[in-house]
Write a protein that binds this ligand. Sequence first.
Ligand SMILES: Cc1cc2nc3c(=O)[nH]c(=O)nc-3n(C[C@H](O)[C@H](O)[C@H](O)COP(=O)(O)O)c2cc1C
Length: 168
Amino acid sequence: MNAIFERTSVRQYTNKKADPKTIETILKAGCAAPSAVNKQPWELIVVTDPARLAELAKFSPYAVCVQDAAFAVVVCADTNRHFGDAYDVQDLSALSENMLIEAKDLGLGGVWLGGYPETDRVDWLRRYFDLPDSIQPYWVLSFGYPAHDLEPKQKWDPARIHWETFEK
Ligand SMILES: Cc1cc2nc3c(=O)[nH]c(=O)nc-3n(C[C@H](O)[C@H](O)[C@H](O)COP(=O)(O)O)c2cc1C
């Protein structure tokens, strides 16, 4: 699938908005992810309002790109409906990567903006969205139409692959 190989983190966007159908398709791609014991613990807060995006950009020192995003998704877990905190991280990671790849496939770009395990960032999200105790925020995904063409980073290194045994 080309979108997997062509995806790269996009932090600069044009001012083009994403239509609701496009946003929904990206969200559906996320929710098609595998999930431990099929608990699907995800709860997603979609932010499209420019004033709220400008505020959300303050959740982390490394999230300034959110202020120019077409939309952002705050990735959370419902701890009343999960298999365990450690599984939430894995389920939400699978969901997030699906969304980034789908965005690429639809001509958008996105970037994963780290929250967990930085407690100050997670606490910021909890306060800003006034989340109930059972909803655990993890991180934010920022999406928009890329302002520039970007080449994906080359990561493939056959030396990292170990066939049958871990030879030393
Ligand atoms: C868990 C995680 C946290 C990240 N946090 C940030 C972040 O806070 N800000 C940012 O600009 N990029 C963040 N990134 C994006 C990485 O910097 C990026 O994926 C990495 O440099 C590889 O580049 P690529 O995505 O273009 O392949 C994060 C990625 C992951 C997986």
